[in-house]
Design a protein around this ligand. Structure first.
Ligand SMILES: [Zn+2]
Length: 561
């Protein structure tokens, strides 16, 4: 009788020969590329072969050529850099798409220009419609003061305006909109929100956090067609930037309905993991959906929560007051008042196997969520949960270890660091600023990073985020060698957080996130080699081609300018 290992060897040899004889041909081979796979088992390669939506071979040109058949399409990448597609771990997809068509106030250099652009939009806005979007940023104005309704009332008479601050934590309404919302000098602040008043006690039109809802509840929701149009705009925008997966934070159910409609029509060209808001927790528990439920294009099973507000709106929740506002240490969100309300919902979500993605910016807001996560683990026992803190912006020194112990993922947006870095230190002082967007400290503590943008809070373009992570050069040009440069990442670390890191954050690291045989063929071909060029030039790199599941979703040469 043969020894078992000899028998096994003979069997294996037979199987290998059969494979060699009947090896199917690739649908597509990309060769002469400079591939960084983000797979430690084979980091560098020249060519990749694809069958259907999967990668079947990665390696030197001559090896991958063995997959060539009579119908195989061959793409010569001419030495360009090929990477796994980017997976943006935190976007607001529908509103991002809608904003592409709305008034753009983000780069307005003054309140006058802000008002001028709203006036121009008002002149072509039909009666009954609102002016929305905006993404204004008063820190770009001199002096950097929040705008008031007075600057836009005279140019928008009768047309209601609700333009949001770029971080989404404040909105400016004009008088017409305040009237529709019934907001007067007597309206009290809702829990977790602020109605800003002028010296005479009248609302200025600025509404912070939970107070925004007073206004948004009277804004007519987008129609099905408007919503679908916005999502189609977002899909095309993502493809043009090499973003092949997004994790959609607080989508409305109507957005998810459109994703499934597009999926059915074969038009969903970006993979989506949707995380509705936690007050809706019962909907997913009722059906029995668990984390990452669904298929490769559309998944559910996560819940988005808010612990606090934002630094820019001074509603991020800190242990100590703002350095320049001694009576203010920010706000817990309305869903954290009381904290037991959040704890009960999170316990319920966890018991049902749902994933938690929690926005937390201030050190005390982050700590409060880590406390809840720790209580859940104590109550329900250890498990592979992949809890996330979204932003994880201003860390208390004691909490890095707690992140690591609980396996919490830091879901961060590098662009915010070069944007907020312009003024953050003035608000929170040097010590707290040193633990702001602390990429390196997280990695040193073996905490996993998942990168994204928070689009439309920041641009969806991954090149700007990579640039931000490796340079930390603030947008105002005042920190060319990096704002807290010890927190910079290498380009490889940044790409890994944006591909494997964000795939891990949605339980999909075995399916995507690297160029590895067996994984989904989601890839991007770049105009320049981001791994070799001067980091300052990364922000100018653009995408030549994007593939999702082996299908070309963007081709620069065929795209119209
Ligand atoms: Zn967000």
């Amino acid at each position: 009788m043969k020894k078992p290992w000899v028998f096994t060897f003979v069997m294996l040899a037979c199987v290998l020969r059969t494979v060699a004889q009947s090896q199917p041909a690739a649908d597509l081979i990309i060769r002469n590329a400079r591939i960084w796979t983000v797979d430690a088992a084979r980091p560098d390669a020249e060519a990749v072969a694809i069958i259907g939506d999967r990668i079947v071979a990665v390696g030197p040109n001559k090896d991958v050529d063995a997959w060539r058949g009579p119908k195989t399409r061959i793409l010569d990448a001419a030495g360009k850099r090929l990477l796994p597609g980017f997976n943006d771990a935190h976007v607001h997809f529908m509103t991002g798409g809608a904003d592409l068509d709305q008034v753009d106030l983000n780069d307005a250099p003054s309140e006058q220009e802000f008002a001028h652009r709203i006036a121009a939009r008002a002149a072509r806005t039909p009666k009954g419609e609102w002016i929305l979007g905006g993404n204004w940023d008063e820190t770009k104005w001199g002096p950097p003061q929040f705008p008031t309704k007075e600057s836009i009332d005279s140019v928008t008479t009768g047309i209601p305006v609700a333009v949001s601050r770029y971080d989404g934590h404040m909105v400016l309404a004009n008088s017409a909109a305040l009237k529709l919302a019934g907001i007067t000098a007597q309206t009290p602040d809702p829990p977790g929100g602020v109605i800003v008043h002028d010296a005479k006690g009248n609302p200025t039109g600025a509404l912070k956090d939970a107070a925004e809802d007073l206004l948004y509840k009277v804004v007519p929701p987008p129609s099905h067609d408007q919503r679908r149009h916005a999502i189609e705009r977002a899909l095309a925008h993502a493809a043009s930037l090499g973003v092949t997966s997004v994790q959609d934070m607080n989508p409305e159910y109507a957005d998810i309905a459109i994703y499934s409609e597009l999926l059915e029509e074969g038009k969903l060209t970006t993979r989506i993991y949707a995380a509705p808001l936690i007050p809706q927790v019962d909907d997913q528990t009722k059906i029995g959906i668990r984390h990452a439920f669904g298929g490769p294009y559309l998944r559910l099973g996560a819940l988005k929560s808010y612990a606090d507000g934002s630094l820019g709106s001074r509603t991020a929740y800190f242990f100590e007051p703002f350095s320049d506002q001694p009576d203010n240490r920010g706000l817990l969100s309305d869903t954290m008042q009381p904290i037991s309300l959040m704890r009960d919902r999170m316990m319920k979500a966890d018991a049902a196997g749902l994933q938690l993605c929690t926005h937390a910016i201030g050190d005390a807001g982050i700590s409060a969520i880590i406390d809840i996560y720790a209580e859940i683990e104590k109550a329900h026992g250890p498990r592979d949960r992949r809890w996330r803190i979204e932003h994880a912006q201003h860390m208390a020194a004691k909490d890095f270890d707690r992140f690591a112990q609980l396996g919490v993922i830091a879901s961060m947006q590098p662009y915010h660091a070069i944007d907020d870095g312009r003024w953050a230190e003035g608000r929170i002082g040097h010590d707290r600023a040193s633990r702001t967007y602390a990429f390196r400290t997280f990695l040193d503590h073996k905490v996993r990073l998942a990168f994204g943008t928070d689009w439309s809070v920041a641009p969806l373009n991954p090149m700007l985020s990579l640039y931000a992570a490796v340079t930390r050069a603030t947008l105002d040009g005042k920190n060319p060698n990096g704002w807290f440069p010890e927190q910079k990442l290498t380009i490889k670390e940044a790409i890994e957080a944006y591909t494997m890191g964000s795939s891990y954050a949605e339980f999909q690291e075995k399916v995507k996130g690297s160029i590895t045989p067996g994984k989904l063929a989601d890839m991007v071909l770049l105009s320049e080699d981001v791994l070799r060029i001067d980091p300052v030039k990364i922000r100018d790199v653009h995408v030549l081609m994007t593939w999702v599941g082996g299908t070309l979703t963007y081709d620069k040469d065929s795209a119209r300018p």
